[in-house]
Design a protein around this ligand. Structure first.
Ligand code: SF4
Length: 325
């Protein structure tokens, strides 16, 4: 693993084992994040992006399980660690996650500071609890008086800051935030994104933001990964992916972002729906919806990454003779 890589995910596979067979929610994911990078993972609902976050955090619940691959964090494969060791040494201390809807899971009968202290207690924190809670709250720009309040006395934006403060208590290297702005109004969304950006820039915290909102992610992430049907289909700098998308699915996603000054009267949509992850197509998983589909796409799965780049699409394979299907 090169010195300046913080996180290297290779061939990560995570399934939900059902009576009808495995649901291939994460099916061979590869990406690398350098020390100064943050990543946005974008895709439609049920494309596997939340499962990917949970797999990185090793918090998948049965029938979900990690089936294979490696997650190298600062040179150590944290997938290989025994559950107990991962729980005591890595979870929350090196990798923390703000789960989707976590702000609604705050305990209504305890104050903010007692909930934050409980996290410290559970993880055997040895320092001064009051100081640590105060430090974490100031990192997320919450007034110290908020510590004495109960969750029902807080706005949605304040609750989300509490949840982020909780995730930061044990000073992780990597913070995974799953849809952290859902259910917040637009102004508060912008504040939460600005906060995550500040934490990344000033605290050297690597942030992985999981969202369906491509416009939002382009405000914070240096890199964007597009996920479709359990696989990454494109990854690149935010500028490249947003301004010059290569994969037909990314192109369609970007075309569907509403633009205030666009002369278009209707927003283009992507026809069809994603394939079942119980029985995904053997060729390209976007084949049935792709306007550029070729014969080869039906029978062969495009690779990712390839020798020439980070797009899972035969259109970018220089060796292939292109024949429309
Ligand atoms: Fe479309 Fe083929 Fe590329 Fe898949 S591999 S996105 S079907 S052109």
């Amino acid at each position: 693993m090169p010195q300046d890589d913080k996180l290297a995910v290779s061939s990560l596979v995570a399934y939900y084992i059902t009576e009808r067979g495995p649901v291939r929610a994460v099916d061979g994911v590869n990406f690398v994040l350098k020390k100064n990078e943050s990543l946005g993972i974008v895709g439609e609902s049920a494309c596997g992006k939340s499962t990917l976050g949970s797999a990185l955090m090793r918090s998948m619940q049965a029938p979900g399980k990690i089936v294979g691959g490696s997650v190298m964090l600062l040179g150590e494969d944290v997938i290989k660690l025994a559950d107990k060791e991962f729980g005591s040494r890595v979870r929350w201390k090196k990798i923390a996650m703000v789960f989707q809807g976590a702000m609604n899971a705050l305990d209504p009968v305890y104050t903010v500071s007692s909930q934050l202290k409980e996290v410290l207690k559970e993880h055997g924190y040895q320092g001064d609890f009051d100081n640590k809670v105060a430090e974490s709250m100031s990192q997320v720009e919450l007034d110290q008086s908020v510590g004495a309040r109960y969750p029902h006395e807080l706005s949605g934006g304040m609750k989300q800051r509490v949840v982020i403060a909780m995730a930061l208590l044990l000073e992780p290297e990597l913070l995974i935030a799953d849809e952290p702005t859902t259910a917040l109004d637009v102004l508060v969304q912008a504040q939460i994104i600005a906060l995550l950006k500040k934490l990344h820039e000033e605290k050297n915290l690597t942030v992985i933001l999981i969202t369906h909102d491509l416009a939002l992610v382009s405000q914070i992430a240096q890199k964007i990964a597009i996920m479709y049907a359990g696989q990454l289909v494109e990854i690149g700098s935010a500028e490249e992916v947003y301004n010059a998308p290569k994969h037909p699915y990314t192109q369609a996603l970007i075309a569907a972002v509403p633009r205030l000054r666009s002369p278009e009267k209707s927003i283009p949509f992507i026809p069809g729906s994603p394939p079942s992850l119980l029985d995904p197509p053997k060729g390209c998983r976007f084949y049935a919806r792709c306007p550029h589909a070729m014969e080869v796409c039906k029978s062969d799965p495009p690779e990712f990454p390839t020798k020439t780049g980070y797009v899972r699409c035969f259109l970018y394979d220089p060796t292939l003779k292109k024949t429309a299907s």
